[in-house]
Design a protein around this ligand. Structure first.
Ligand code: HEC
Ligand code: HEC
Length: 328
């Protein structure tokens, strides 16, 4: 008994010593390597379901279902959907690569850390669910889903889980869409056509129609324009979003952020070509209640500045940016 007690005491003392040591080490590390912490947030990596042992029960089930909804949206909500037929048949993942987990692939890394937030497009504070429904209505050219449904709950739980390791307010550098430097000329749809034919057509089709999977549910190569593509209110309809997404990610599984396949000029020009082709239009009268907040490349007037709709769509953008800076 007495021996045992002594043993226990010794163990506790030893453990305390180790704990003190560890805290010391951590403190030292904190003081000496703050730079590493920043680099970590730039090199954001998505969490993994395999190694996340803390995610359990209903929450784990929701995350798994949410990921499936993002990856196979058409299966649930497409023209042959098992839940309803409310979208154009694309998957969220067609634009949020790796179900929103890929670095530089328009990922969800910064969503949990920045929402709810005020957005100028709606002039209101938006929740993650509202932002998800924006993509249903615009990128999927569909209708919003019930925000109280299990499906919305799953998508939101999944997106929050994807961004769970990012500190509140932080936007990792490799999340969202990269910024391609402005050209000193307007982006040129004619030059973009040449890029399209040589670099995109083999997958996305001569008419931008894409190619369905053999089962007719979802796309092997999603459409870039035409009736099944995103509508005129979608993020990709802005040239900067399209150019950034494509520069880092297309051709699919060939281009990367570190080693893109297109030059800046090619990225802007192919964006101009694709976004001058026909596509569904959306009534945007409720957008941008404060027109001075429209992004530089928002292609629909009226504007608070004297630049034309065409210059806001195709550029050159630098003069618009300069004029805005002067005003501030
Ligand atoms: C046609 C392409 C496309 C599809 C399909 C699409 N999105 Fe998006 N999504 C975008 C673009 C572009 C943005 C804006 C990114 C930016 O401006 O940085 C965006 C933004 C978002 C954001 C906000 C990201 C942020 O960091 O603020 C969320 C959340 C989101 N989408 C969820 C979804 C979900 C869920 C689906 C499927 C129901 C979906 N999206 C389908 C293109 C798409
Ligand atoms: C090797 C085949 C391939 C080539 C070549 C290719 N893409 Fe894609 N593209 C894909 C696939 C596959 C996806 C969807 C990825 C996913 O769902 O994981 C995609 C998605 C897209 C998307 C977002 C979804 C949509 O349909 O709106 C855009 C935009 C896009 N590609 C543009 C381009 C452009 C521009 C080029 C030429 C510079 C190009 N792609 C070349 C296969 C390709």
């Amino acid at each position: 008994m007495a021996n045992n007690k002594k043993y226990t005491l010794a163990t506790i003392i030893a453990l305390l010593a180790v704990a003190a040591l560890l805290t010391g080490i951590i403190k030292v590390a904190d003081k000496t390597v703050p730079v590493v912490v920043e680099a970590k947030s730039e090199e954001w990596v998505a969490p993994s379901l395999y190694s996340d042992a803390t995610l359990k029960g209903e929450e784990r089930a929701l995350v798994i279902y949410g990921e499936d909804l993002v990856a196979h949206t058409a299966y649930y909500f497409g023209p042959k959907g098992t839940i309803s037929h409310i979208t154009n048949g694309m998957n969220c993942q067609n634009c949020h690569l790796g179900a929103g987990k890929n670095a530089w692939g328009n990922n969800y890394g910064a969503v949990a850390s920045t929402y709810p937030k005020f957005r100028d497009r709606s002039g209101s504070i938006e929740t993650i669910a509202k932002r998800v429904n924006d993509c249903f209505e615009r990128s999927l050219n569909g209708t919003a889903i019930d925000t109280t449904s299990r499906e919305m709950k799953a998508i939101v739980t999944y997106i929050k889980w994807v961004g769970k390791d990012v500190e509140k307010g932080v936007v990792p550098e490799n999340s969202g869409i990269t910024k391609v430097p402005y050209l000193n000329r307007a982006a040129d749809p004619q030059k973009g056509l040449v890029v399209y034919e040589s670099t995109c057509k083999s997958c996305h089709g001569a008419g931008g129609e894409g190619m369905m999977n053999p089962d007719g549910i979802g796309y092997a190569y999603p459409p870039l324009w035409g009736e099944n593509s995103y509508n005129s209110g979608a993020g990709l309809f802005r040239l900067s979003r399209f150019a950034g997404y494509v520069k880092d990610n297309m051709p699919f599984q060939i281009a990367t952020h570190q080693s893109p396949a297109l030059s800046n000029e090619e990225a802007w020009d192919v964006a101009a070509f694709v976004n001058s082709q026909p596509r569904p239009s959306k009534d945007l009268t409720g957008d941008w209640p404060d027109i001075s907040k429209k992004p530089i490349d928002h292609p629909f007037g009226p504007y608070a500045d004297g630049f034309t709709e065409s210059q806001h769509k195709y550029g050159p953008f630098q003069p618009i940016a300069d004029a805005r800076k002067k005003k501030q």
